[in-house]
Ligand binder design. Sequence first.
Ligand SMILES: C[S@@+](CC[C@H](N)C(=O)[O-])C[C@H]1O[C@@H](n2cnc3c(N)ncnc32)[C@H](O)[C@@H]1O
Length: 253
Amino acid sequence: MGACKAARMDRQLISMLAHADHPIAAPLTDESVRRLLDRAIRRGDERVLDLGCGGGAWLLRALAAHPGVTAEGVDVSERALATAGEAAAARGVRDRLVLHHHDAAEFSSTRPFDVVLSVGAAHAFGGLLPTLAAAETHLAPGGHVLVGDGYWEDTPSADAIEMLGDFADLPATVDRVVADGWTPVYGHVSTREELDDYEWSWTGSLASWALDRSREPHGAEALAAASTHRSEWLRDYRKAFGFVSLVLRRTSG
Ligand SMILES: C[S@@+](CC[C@H](N)C(=O)[O-])C[C@H]1O[C@@H](n2cnc3c(N)ncnc32)[C@H](O)[C@@H]1O
């Protein structure tokens, strides 16, 4: 039994399979992503940085929409970066994309960026305000930050806090950002449909992959992971979790 037992699936592989039908690894539709990017990329020749870029879905859209844009992505997942590189080549934008396999919290750049993105990666910095502080170190004067993070739509259970970390409600989240010296120049609150679609896609894509491999050890493991995730979402955090994306500029200086 031991000889033929496959190695356990790593989280990066599970995440990649779960995002197969929803490459944006956050609860936003393609149209919401487009509108947010349009508010951050104003000229069309910007240098764009994505801290925690994953499979590069935001950068690929920015590069495809703006032939004058150049982009850099930073992520700790080699698998996600490989996916980003392949997708960029397939779209013909690979020559305008640089990918860094690096901890985003320790990444340093030699030239500033006009737009700094970080969506769904605030845990890498220790929360929303530390994410903004990190983004600011890379930002050119007058530049835009596009950040996406969770907030509590309703009182969270202890399990939800343990699973997702602690957030504030939406008004307090925006107040904190403003008090930190940023002005929202646009924003998007993920709708119930976007939140549900993301979770159904995450659990459904993984489950579907697993069902096609039901006789393989990884199939059973992936099906169990999808089932656990779906149950935790529906029971522990569906009601309480919300997601907000903000396009920000420094209020002064
Ligand atoms: C929820 S995904 C979001 C990906 C992408 N921003 C998007 O919206 O499609 C979070 C990403 O952050 C990356 N990540 C986590 N910790 C990190 C760190 N310390 N440095 C860089 N990336 C990190 C993960 O590998 C993952 O790709």
